[in-house]
Design a protein. Structure first.
Length: 302
């Protein structure tokens, strides 16, 4: 099996698969790691067989993104990995300043220049390609302006591991992609997806980043009843005009739950308002179906 260590460069210390764990708090490596997780269900620190396992699975994911028209076909070559991308270490870390923004546990609301690190580190081309893939595909539209996109990840790596984090984020992106979701809706969607994956009592994080600004917010899938999480996700998928109001009510309920104050009134309010809209024939077929399933669940006392 080929060595996982890239060739050392005279231009600085090489960051490769053997030591990348020390640098996952830096944003470009964090993004590369997330891309690896979504593509293969493995963190970079878990890669054991490059050529016959990781690269093959990663490239299959890139091909799938192209088929779904989430990547331009003529740009596919910019993201497909080869063994050679892990055998040289000629990309200066300082070539992308946003790589030096601290992420994960050390998140702040501004970018630090880290000028003293200039020229001290280099990275594998594979890492830069994976970070670029994350930037290209793992973003959500949060406003009507053309550039109102944020990088968004439901980070459950520390509590659930890579495989389940992969499944959660694939569903998260499949639901959010192509839609405009504000911060409240994104947060409630993250909590809802966690609930649907039975990730209760799990302190995951919703990571949002744009340019040099980013934040990390704790989110718990156990803060929402499963059937209300399912209802909200179905509203989002139906492009419901009621999704924003429902998200607001669910967020209030979640905040009260975090304070150990269970107030079902917010949930009853959702049922009442949506039932009223249905009685007035204001719901689409998909909205009405989602509501019927919610009412059936409530009537059964499940």
């Amino acid at each position: 099996m080929p060595s996982k260590r890239g060739k050392e460069s005279s231009g600085g210390k090489c960051i490769d698969l053997q030591n990348v764990a020390q640098y996952l708090h830096l944003l470009c490596f964090y993004k590369a790691n997330i891309a690896a997780v979504l593509a293969t269900g493995l963190q970079l620190t878990e890669v054991r067989n490059l050529e016959e396992d990781f690269i093959e699975r990663y490239n299959a994911w890139v091909e799938e993104l192209v088929e779904k028209r989430l990547l331009p076909k003529d740009k596919k070559g910019n993201y497909l990995l080869t063994l050679a991308h892990f055998q040289t270490c000629d990309t200066p870390l300082s070539s992308k300043l946003d790589c030096l923004v601290e992420a994960r546990e050390n998140m702040r609301n501004f970018a630090l220049p880290f000028k003293e690190l200039r020229g001290m580190f280099r990275l594998l081309p594979a890492f830069e390609m994976m970070a670029d893939l994350a930037d290209k595909t793992l973003k959500v539209k949060v406003g009507k302006d053309r550039n109102d996109y944020v990088f968004a990840v439901v980070d459950a790596l520390d509590v659930l591991g890579a495989s389940q984090t992969m499944a959660i984020n694939r569903e998260f992106y499949a639901t959010a992609r192509g839609r405009i979701l504000g911060p409240t809706q994104l947060y409630v969607l993250a909590a809802s997806i966690l609930a649907l994956h039975k990730a209760v009592d799990v302190k995951a994080k919703l990571v949002l980043q744009k340019g040099k600004f980013f934040t990390s917010v704790a989110v718990d899938g156990g803060a929402l009843p499963w059937h209300y999480a399912k209802f909200y996700v179905e509203l989002v998928r139906a492009d419901s005009r009621y999704a924003e109001a429902v998200a607001s009510s669910l967020l209030t309920y979640m905040n009260l739950t975090y304070m150990n104050t269970h107030d079902p009134a917010r949930l009853y309010e959702i049922v009442r308002n949506m039932t009223y809209a249905k009685d007035r024939k204001k719901l689409s077929e998909r909205e009405a179906e989602a509501l019927s399933l919610l009412l059936e669940y409530e009537a059964g006392g499940k």
